[in-house]
Design a protein. Structure first.
Ligand SMILES: [Zn+2]
Length: 223
């Protein structure tokens, strides 16, 4: 079920107020157009009706794909993150926010920005495990860091462009480095970390670099 709202936004350039459509829920299977707009960023772009300026607006959204069996909450507010995780922790039943039957094994994630939402969709649609991808991103960033020297790598993302799986890395000044993700490396990391107890821990909704760093720290203490 698609859910959309009409909201009024104000152009930061000319001050004109106008109405736009915002989607509070997108089902990747049933709303392929909105999914495409989400992936290319235009779902969050509004054009001012008076001056034509394009503005990016971030708003909370639930993306789900029952076929691929995952849902990702895009949440900006800390209180809302707490609300969602508390709800899941106490809920023994299936989650039904979108009015659809959701399998209990459905992967549920929370992300805090639009880029991470796009990334999760690409990871799950490419049939990767996002936990292993987060560990792989750290490994690739470490290798790249050694090559580029002093300027720090500030962010890394998985992407899938034209069927090629990649790790994109960005330095603090915005310089980009792209590596092709090797299946061998992915499989090695999966063999090494996939069986760890804390890896398999249930009900962790924010899978990001902090989660991966904590897992690596714990693992390295154990050996
Ligand atoms: Zn304007």
């Amino acid at each position: 079920m698609a859910m959309r709202d009409k909201v009024t936004v104000q152009c930061p350039k000319c001050g004109k107020s106008f109405e736009v459509e915002q989607w509070s829920a997108v089902n990747g299977d049933k709303n392929p157009q909105q999914k495409l707009k989400l992936l290319n960023g235009t779902l969050f772009t509004v054009t001012c009706t008076k001056c034509g300026r394009e503005n990016t607006v971030g708003y909370p959204l639930l993306y789900s794909d029952p076929k691929e069996n995952y849902m990702v909450w895009l949440v900006f507010d800390d209180e809302e993150v707490k609300h969602i995780t508390d709800y899941y922790k106490t809920s023994k039943t299936e989650i039904n926010e979108t009015g659809e039957d959701v399998d209990k094994e459905c992967r549920q994630r929370i992300v805090r920005d639009v880029h991470r939402l796009r990334e999760k969709i690409m990871i799950f649609d490419s049939h990767f495990d996002d936990k292993i991808i987060e560990i792989a991103k750290l490994a690739y960033a470490q290798t790249a860091q050694r090559q580029i020297g002093s300027e720090k790598i500030a962010a890394a993302f998985f992407s899938n462009e034209g069927g090629e799986n990649r790790i994109e890395m960005y330095t603090e000044s915005g310089q980009a480095f792209v590596s092709k993700l090797s299946r061998d490396i992915y499989n090695q990391l999966d063999d090494k970390y996939g069986g760890k107890a804390s890896y398999a821990e249930d009900r962790v909704y924010i899978i990001d670099d902090v989660w991966a760093l904590n897992l690596l720290r714990e693992y390295n203490r154990e050996i």
